[in-house]
Design a protein around this ligand. Structure first.
Ligand code: SAH
Length: 224
């Protein structure tokens, strides 16, 4: 697992461990490396000081620009589905405050993350730099179209809800690559896992559903 540096109080570490225990109990966290990543990333560092007291509750919190940091259980389930290996290059669409980005960065070789709002790009860059994440690259732009110049990716994760599956981004997966995307109507999206398999003469995308969820809107060309 990649290294990080940060300082915190024993109390913060303790309540984070309680959060992790709760996520394990609910079967949201299963894999040892993912559990370890959740134990190590200080979620309180990604929210406004006034909200820090709620940072380890299983709840969405505002991060500015009318956006939210996803619930820890949602981040856990999505990360588990992604099944990230240390050699993977991962694309994240919707950096937000950078919490999910940090979890991905502990598990993967390199993370590319795109965020629509310049203020959030700035916030996430500063926070991740202060925590020591050299393997993350964050750019401002329309991630609904993926990141064609850095493709292909082993894993792609959308942290905003798309009206339908962004097909062109599916082609930015490599063979055996996995993408996770919340897709469908605004209030009841389905969490979709899409696995790409290349055969001798064809490219096959296997789509499976992993429950109902509610994310902020994906905007941009493939968005709302
Ligand atoms: N994982 C993030 C979740 C943030 S919410 C976190 O932990 O904070 C989803 C984010 O997706 C928002 O910040 C929103 O601005 C961003 N977003 C929505 N549409 C986008 C697009 N087309 N390109 C890049 N980012 C987008």
């Amino acid at each position: 697992m990649n290294q990080t540096k940060f300082h915190e109080t024993i109390r913060e570490k303790l309540i984070r461990e309680q959060m992790v225990e709760g996520l394990i109990k609910n079967n949201c966290l299963v894999t040892p490396d993912v559990i370890e990543a959740f134990k190590r990333i200080p979620r309180h560092a990604f929210v406004d000081k006034a909200l820090r007291i709620r940072a380890y509750q299983d709840t969405r919190l505002p991060i500015g620009c009318e956006q939210t940091i996803s619930k820890p259980s949602t981040v856990a389930v999505m990360t588990e589905i992604l099944d990230i290996k240390p050699e993977h290059r991962v694309l994240e669409i919707g950096t937000g405050c950078g919490y999910q980005t940090a979890i991905l960065a502990l598990l993967a070789k390199k993370v590319y993350s795109v965020e629509w709002h310049p203020q959030l790009v700035q916030f996430a860059r500063t926070t991740l730099k202060s925590l020591g994440f050299p393997t993350v690259r964050i750019e401002q732009g329309d991630g609904s179209q993926g990141w064609p110049s850095a493709a292909p990716f082993d894993r792609i994760i959308f942290t905003a809800g798309a009206p339908s599956i962004p097909e062109d981004v599916c082609y930015q997966l490599c063979d055996s690559g996995i993408m996770i995307v919340p897709s469908g109507p605004r209030q009841a999206q389905k969490l979709l896992k899409i696995k790409r398999t290349d055969t001798k003469d064809d490219v096959i995308f296997d789509v499976s559903e992993h429950g109902v969820c509610e994310f902020v809107d994906l905007v941009g060309r493939n968005g709302w």
